[in-house]
Design a protein around this ligand. Structure first.
Ligand code: S3P
Length: 431
């Protein structure tokens, strides 16, 4: 599906934000692993998180929809308990988080066999990163060509391990922690740099014994998790598209309420602030275990910046937007230490650089990032989303800020995380 996004004039008003994708996946998985019924409010109804509901239903959990509006759903999940997952073939669709987290639970089922497979993009995403620690814990894990899906997991009696993550990845960390719930003895995960900590917060709320000391997270085995209620905040990564839109379209002024501002997710706020955007974050009362805020963004002149090191995992899904902002900034914007971008829904170093270059940007890929030289704007043209939701939405925002407009090929990819993206952003452009 092709969509055209013409230069828009200022983005103004307040944004309808979809529920957080990362937290929705985890809420469904933890509810399925729990005993009894868990109620989840503001669950994201989008392609990725529908894959997770379908997966837990195949494993034997009872999913019941209660009500919904837009992309927000209320539902209940009756869990199978920690050791009650039925054997199944699981289609994860496009959902990398489901692909990496679910094997942690399945590996700890004393017996049984599961396969996980998905779409073309999923089949290019590495899973050796979760296979290795699960094998060390005692599970059987096979993957295509030693590193790609389909993935076959054979459940076993697991032993706790101390595992140093070879890359900063919340998905690998979460997989090992879920397996740790079912292992004999303590499991310790040591991160090279901090990554999003939703799993730790949510497992603790469900009764797990989890201790965080600096970069080391330890978890003890447990007989049962108690699911009760999860309330999912608005998705910071979805808010990021409108935030950057407001930062690059002159005279814009936006308000976004109910945004999840867990500090392990909000690196973009620090980066945009450094670039000179006018941002105000007002606290709202916390939701369960996650902090919430109302964010205001106002257009201002931007200057280039450097992003690297510890800041990268805190803004990993927003780095394509940093590159877009860099096109409108004065001077150079450099992204380093971000080789992980090559393993997302597309190779985001290649796809962002080629996509922005096609719109007239002066951008160069590097092995582990990119360099953008600001030229004061973007001409416009055509960008191919390559099946990557974040690239499709980046193209739309680029279109609003461009001189000649942008055609996005494969715009339907946005469905993966933000089903009403086009109308939500469109209402700001006409607001
Ligand atoms: C996610 C973690 C990140 C992120 C992805 C969602 C999660 O991946 O890019 O969109 O929900 O845990 P990595 O942890 O593998 O970097």
């Amino acid at each position: 599906m092709e969509r055209r996004f013409d230069p828009a004039g200022p983005l103004r008003g307040s944004l309808r934000l979809p529920p957080d994708k990362s937290i929705s996946h985890r809420a469904a998985l933890i509810a399925a692993m729990s005993e009894g019924e868990t109620r989840i409010d503001n669950y994201l109804d989008a392609a990725d998180t529908r894959s997770t509901l379908a997966a837990v239903a195949r494993l034997g959990a009872g999913v019941e929809a209660l009500s919904g509006e837009g992309s927000s759903r209320s539902l209940t999940i009756r869990g199978t308990g920690l050791r009650g997952a039925q054997e199944a073939e699981i289609d994860v669709g496009n959902a990398g988080t489901l692909l990496r987290l679910l094997p942690g639970w399945l590996a700890g089922q004393g017996e049984g066999c599961w396969t996980l497979d998905g779409d073309d993009s999923i089949r290019r995403r590495p899973v050796d990163r979760v296979a290795e620690p699960l094998r060390l814990m005692g599970a059987g894990v096979e993957c295509r060509e030693g590193r790609l899906p389909p993935l076959k997991v054979t459940g076993a009696r697991l032993t706790g391990i101390e595992y140093r993550l070879p890359v900063a990845s919340a998905q690998i960390k979460s997989c090992v922690l879920l397996a740790g719930l079912l292992a004999d003895g303590e499991t310790i995960v040591i991160e090279p740099v901090p990554t999003r900590d939703h799993t730790e917060r949510m497992l603790e709320a469900a009764g797990a014994e989890i201790t965080v000391e600096g970069r080391s997270i330890s978890i003890l085995p447990i007989d049962r998790l108690r699911g009760e209620r999860f309330l999912v905040p608005g998705d910071f990564s979805s808010a990021a598209f409108a935030m950057v839109g407001a930062a690059i379209v002159p005279d814009s002024e936006l308000v976004i309420e109910g945004v999840g501002v867990n500090p392990t997710r909000t690196g973009l706020l620090t980066i945009l602030d450094r670039m000179g955007a006018e941002i105000h974050v007002g606290e709202e009362p916390d939701l369960d275990a996650e902090p919430l805020a109302v964010i205001q963004v106002r257009f201002d002149e931007l200057e280039g910046t450097e992003v690297g090191g510890d800041e990268v995992p805190l803004a990993i899904d927003e780095l394509p937007l940093v590159a877009l902002a860099g096109c409108f900034a004065e001077g150079e914007t450099v992204i380093r230490d971000a080789a992980e971008l090559r393993h997302k829904e597309s190779d985001r170093i290649a796809s962002v650089c080629e996509g922005l270059a096609a719109l007239g940007a002066d951008v160069e890929p590097t092995e582990e990032g990119m360099v953008v030289r600001g030229t004061g704007g973007l001409r416009g043209g055509t960008i191919d989303a390559r099946g990557d939701h974040r690239l499709a939405m980046l193209g739309a925002v680029a279109g609003f800020a461009s001189r000649e407009g942008v055609t996005v090929r494969g715009a339907e990819a946005a469905e993966v995380s933000y089903p009403d993206f086009e109308s939500a952003l469109g209402s700001l452009a006409s607001g």
